[in-house]
Design a protein around this ligand. Structure first.
Ligand code: SAH
Ligand code: SF4
Ligand code: F3S
Length: 487
């Protein structure tokens, strides 16, 4: 099914039974309501979505924006809007604190605007304690929903308008994957595509499996159809999204590996670059490395979270690999995919982490030589096994380790970043440079930024650029003449 045109939907009768049709029915009703309200107010109704957290949430927010645009809201950046929706994250404690802080501000805005509605959704709302707190202390919130029922947004707004009291609709797990929702892309030339939802890994520190539910893979036909539609619409780069992309396909009726899916996606005409996020080291097969080494489209970059370099801690984290296995895997990848850019995630201060354990992590960092790494201070998440573990590490010790780790990562990445200086590379041109309008800004296959003199017609195209100078974390470059078309 294609996206439906709201003008053709009959809203005089009862809502349809079929889920997706039902949602378009509610969108059609709301469109009429938004038109009426806008007329009364003499201005368009506005909506602001604020996204916290990871790429999954960013993609979900595109679906949320798609629904709002379809029903006639004008999207704005500012929270002085008629509808504000927070798509929340709960992976670490400070993510939650940020949301509560900003809710206080929204309360003031709502007091000034009687038409304002506030909705909260996303991972944080899958936690009972959070919902209870909002129900009791943030009574001005209109709608709360979770990660499994975003597709119901129009219906929930409709229910809220009918009932006049706070609507809470949280599902413990997903019932079905609802396809063909409207969706509004942030960029015209690159897009995120979900290939799976949820996670079955239960790393002991992590709350994601509890708030995103069990692993479910999308049907490969739906994925390919979506990518074909995107490329027909000018997209040249896609990012395949999942919490553990390389366990893709296990629960399909006809099982398929992630490597096989990549081979299918590679065939899509017009698609130039394929990225994916996030692979798990325990599931990174030889088949996948082989496909990566042969591919013309898969980017020369792999984000491979290590979390810790200590086999003892990795076991306590339930990561299913040892330090040695991880290092062997990295060697294999570097051998088969020369010049690959590796990045990672590391947690400092997991319960029971000793200085020795930490030095193992430092050792991995020195051996792998990551281009960059996200480093996180361990955050205790209620309900996860690690929260029950004794020997939580003291704040000062963690801070000291964190600083040493960061210094090591930064010094290695400073050594590595300039390694392509002097070469000609393909750059996906993304935007006019915000500080110097004569410059265009684009990204290399390994995600590093390049600024060069050029014309804005290049946006969304892949150009060849000579990297003339490395400036720390980015390059300055020069456009190679005659490369001003998609290669
Ligand atoms: N599915 C991905 C990403 C999950 S969340 C993966 O497995 O890699 C992104 C990162 O947040 C994780 O890789 C981890 O490093 C970090 N993280 C998750 N839970 C955390 C916690 N309780 N404290 C600190 N960092 C955490
Ligand atoms: Fe969390 Fe581990 Fe799943 Fe990643 S793989 S989402 S870290 S449980
Ligand atoms: Fe946060 Fe949910 Fe992503 S907890 S990191 S937004 S999956």
């Amino acid at each position: 099914m294609q996206e439906m045109n709201l003008e053709h939907i009959d809203i005089s009768g009862k809502p349809p039974i079929e889920e997706i049709e039902k949602q378009y029915y509610y969108m059609a009703i709301l469109k009429k309501w938004v038109e009426k309200k806008s007329k009364e107010l003499g201005r368009p109704l506005t909506c602001c979505t604020v996204t916290f957290g990871c790429q999954m949430n960013a993609r979900d927010s595109e679906k949320i924006v798609g629904i709002f645009e379809k029903i006639g809201y004008q999207m704005v950046e500012d929270e002085h809007a008629d509808f504000v929706i927070f798509n929340t994250c709960t992976v670490r404690e400070n993510a939650n604190l940020k949301v509560y802080g900003r809710l206080g501000y929204l309360k003031k805005l709502k007091e000034q605007n009687p038409h304002m509605m506030i909705a909260l959704c996303g991972c944080m709302m899958q936690e009972d304690a959070v919902v209870e707190k909002i129900r009791q202390s943030y009574r001005f919130v209109d709608i709360i929903f979770g990660t499994h029922n975003i597709f119901k947004l129009a219906e929930l707004i409709h229910t809220r308008l009918e009932s006049k009291s706070m609507i809470i609709d949280i599902w413990k797990d997903a019932v079905e994957i609802v396809e063909d929702l409207p969706s509004e892309r942030k960029y015209s030339f690159k897009a995120g595509v979900n290939i799976m939802f949820g996670c079955n890994n239960f790393c002991t520190y992590c709350i994601v499996p509890y708030v995103r539910g069990r692993e479910r893979s999308r049907n490969p036909k739906d994925i390919i159809r979506e990518i074909e539609a995107l490329t027909a619409d000018g997209v040249v780069e896609i990012m395949l999204l999942g919490q553990n992309v390389n366990s893709y396909g296990k629960n399909l009726e006809v099982p398929m590996t992630f490597a096989q899916l990549l081979e299918e996606i590679e065939k899509v005409d017009g698609l130039e670059r394929i990225r994916f996020m996030t692979p798990h080291p325990k599931d990174l097969s030889d088949e996948l490395i082989e496909v990566m080494s042969k591919s013309k489209k898969i980017c020369n970059h792999l984000h491979l979270p290590v979390q810790s370099g200590s086999s003892r801690i990795l076991k306590m984290m339930n990561r299913h690999y040892t330090k040695e296995q991880y290092l062997e895997l990295v060697d294999k990848i570097k051998e088969k995919v020369p010049n690959i850019s590796l990045t990672t995630d590391i947690i400092v201060g997991f319960p029971g982490e000793t200085e020795e354990d930490f030095l193992e992590t430092m050792d991995v960092v020195k051996k792998v030589r990551y281009d960059s790494a996200y480093t996180f201070i361990y955050s205790k998440r209620t309900g996860t096994p690690a929260a029950q573990m004794e020997e939580q590490v003291g704040e000062d010790v963690i801070k000291n380790r964190f600083d040493r780790l960061l210094k090591e990562i930064q010094s290695i990445s400073a050594e590595l970043v300039g390694r392509d200086a002097g070469t000609i590379q393909k750059v996906l041109v993304e935007e006019v440079n915000s500080q110097n309008h004569a410059l265009m800004t684009g990204r290399l296959s390994n995600n590093i930024l390049v600024h060069f003199e050029g014309n804005k017609d290049l946006i969304g195209r892949i150009a060849e650029v000579k990297l003339t100078e490395c400036k720390g974390f980015y390059y300055m470059g020069k456009l190679v003449e005659g490369s001003d078309s998609t290669i």
